[in-house]
Ligand binder design. Sequence first.
Ligand SMILES: Nc1ncnc2c1ncn2[C@@H]1O[C@H](COP(=O)(O)OP(=O)(O)OP(=O)(O)O)[C@@H](O)[C@H]1O
Length: 308
Amino acid sequence: MSVVVEHLSKLYGAQRAVDDISFEAQSGQIVGFLGPNGAGKSTTMKIICGYLTPNAGSAKVCGYDVRTHSIEVRRRIGYLPEHNPLYTDMYVKEFLRFTGHIHGIRGRTLRHRIEEMISLCGLEREQHKKIGALSKGYRQRVGLAQALMHDPPVLILDEPTSGLDPNQITEIRQVIKEAATNKTIIFSTHILQEVEMLCDRVLIINRGRLVADAPIAQLRRMAQQQVLRVEFGHAVESTRLKNLPGVQTVEQESAWVYRISCHDSDILRPALLALIQQEAWNMLSLQNENNRLEDIFRQLTQNSKEAN
Ligand SMILES: Nc1ncnc2c1ncn2[C@@H]1O[C@H](COP(=O)(O)OP(=O)(O)OP(=O)(O)O)[C@@H](O)[C@H]1O
């Protein structure tokens, strides 16, 4: 296993920012790290990278404990922090050369590696500029290039696409995907669609506690909610739908399309069909829908909020 986290806890004063978290990630996996604001994602990532010391538990990277073998861990990890600190007075290439030097890369290997990173991260057009003159998206690419410079087996990316425009988001995702071969990538994001597109597995953290660790397909099966999507040929009274047995919520997706969530669609479906027949409504389609990741996220983070 490339990353093994066991019973990790971190306190800031009296606040338990990370609370007894355990998970593993292996090579070739892209793991999405999700959670509401302040859930403890950045803190966990900083501990894995060796920038923060935990109060309890352990984190190991490629078999090295972050507390006792910090240098060994840093050699094997590439980290893009949330606020991507860069030297704005340095030129792009100068900064990458500096990063390479820190990792002990020299001479022709270094020159070759810099060119490789410039190409992989799409920095060709901006490579001769000072970092301070770059847009946010390009600074993010420089941050990714520095994280990848020493070809680490583990990449920790803290909200790598935050604040970027849609084109840049797509391009950065592509870089992450390309970099993923033979690496372990753990990245945090608030864009759930991004997780569906990129990740093999999802970790969800809420108030410092891990509330889910599963592949997306399994998460969908675990969800306590089922959704029926029904399309009518005209408007209907949504309260009539809400009053059906076992209905949790009714969401109007568009003028005549409703998403009805319930505990058991096998009970709801015949009741819904009976109502439609009784009212002589014109139904155009009825489908069992996949649970959306945002619904599952809401269920898991709100349920555990109630439990706390
Ligand atoms: N240096 C610090 N001192 C005190 N409290 C801190 C410190 N860093 C983080 N915290 C607190 O710890 C909790 C977890 O913060 P963290 O940054 O890990 O969350 P996060 O999940 O990354 O949030 P976001 O999605 O908003 O970036 C928050 O309540 C935060 O205020």
